[in-house]
Design a protein around this ligand. Structure first.
Ligand SMILES: [Mg+2]
Length: 364
């Protein structure tokens, strides 16, 4: 493959409704899109979501990183070159994970299209097939908005939820009561988005919510593994690491008690597919389950890339998040939005064996 040109742009698409949690609130996408064009005239796309409170990146830092490395990308001609690039630029990618994710996805899409195969086949992974099961995610909106959102999900047949707590106990208690009162038992994970800085305070708060939560995501300040262990011991519930798991090196903190943890693997946060697949492999060796997560406001490009990982490690996954498509965005940039349907199911069989990530980008 000979690269003709590559560019990165910031993309802003308004949300149909704002989405908030303890760390941020947003009303539009905040994403970078990379377009890579080969000398054969094929075009391919990748996406990354720089989030200052997750990877320390911003849109500006992503564009700056891209400007710095774009000339060097023309030395990538095949999968081996791309892998090599990831290995030899590890430190730069650590600092620019979401920006690199956008670049890597575009190059994988292009390499696959050039060789008339799917990204899965290019990476020697099983072709996408069958259905994927997504969780509902309830944000920290006010009670009226929450109730409406919950009703909509229940009406669609969802039974698996992630609920964001806001730290106002009376309000959180009322929200959890609505889940408890539902006729059918619901599977619920709690996401605190680093709300507390004291393990005992967090444990007491969660215990007082009096609900059999399946797991607790990011209860404490980022990287407080010792505090999370205390919560796990007190509540006997696995701890989901999201902001506290950004890369392979952090397995060092999890090795001694792998049964305590679940990793929220988001492709953009991890810095692309190679790194995500490597994390999934080590997680399997350590028997640490995975949630394949998403950034709020990501487009179908990242949803599609996450399916590559989800499909390759189905037996490790306890939940999948994202695939909101045009439920949340005013429009998607792919010809057809990739999003969940009834009961949170997404049928991916239409992608089977199609070249690249198999989107129709005529609208771009
Ligand atoms: Mg999270």
């Amino acid at each position: 493959m000979q690269l003709d040109h590559v560019r990165m742009e910031c993309l802003q698409i308004p949300f149909k409704q704002s989405f908030s949690h303890a760390a941020a609130s947003r009303q539009t996408t905040e994403t970078v899109i990379v377009k890579a064009v080969s000398q054969n005239g094929l075009a391919a796309y990748g996406e990354g979501c720089p989030r200052y409170y997750v990877t320390g990146e911003t849109i500006a830092s992503a564009l700056q990183f891209f400007d710095k490395i774009k000339q060097k990308l023309s030395t990538i001609h095949n999968l081996h070159d791309l892998k090599q690039w990831v290995n030899t630029h590890a430190m730069e990618i650590d600092q620019n994970a979401a920006a690199w994710c956008a670049i890597e996805l575009a190059l994988l899409d292009l390499l696959a299209k050039e060789s008339h195969q799917s990204v899965e086949a290019l990476l020697d992974l099983p072709e996408l097939c069958g259905c994927f099961q997504y969780s509902a995610v309830l944000g920290t909106g006010n009670m009226a908005a929450y109730t409406q959102q919950l009703q909509r999900y229940l009406h669609r047949g969802f039974t698996d939820f992630k609920v964001k707590v806001c730290g106002d106990f009376a309000q959180d208690q009322d929200k959890i009561a609505l889940l408890r009162d539902h006729a059918k038992p619901l599977s619920v994970r709690l996401d605190a988005n680093n709300l507390w800085n004291d393990a005992e305070q967090a444990s007491t708060y969660i215990k007082n919510l009096n609900f059999p939560f399946r797991a607790i995501e990011e209860p404490l300040t980022v990287n407080d593994y010792a505090g999370c262990r205390k919560i796990h011991d007190a509540l006997q519930i696995p701890i989901i690491l999201d902001e506290s798991f950004l890369g392979h090196a952090q397995f060092d903190y999890l090795i001694e008690d792998p049964q305590t943890w679940i990793i929220n693997l988001r492709i953009s946060k991890m810095g692309g597919l190679f790194r995500s697949l490597a994390i999934a492999k080590t997680a399997k060796e350590l028997s640490i389950p995975l949630i394949i997560g998403a950034q709020v406001g990501e487009t179908s490009i990242l949803t599609r890339a996450a399916l590559t990982v989800a499909n390759a490690c189905r037996d490790q996954i306890v939940a999948q998040e994202g695939a909101f498509g045009t439920y949340l965005l005013e429009r998607d940039i792919t010809g057809q939005a990739l999003m969940f349907g009834r009961e949170g199911k997404l049928d991916a069989s239409g992608f089977y064996g199609k070249a690249g990530f198999a989107f129709d980008y005529q609208k771009l």
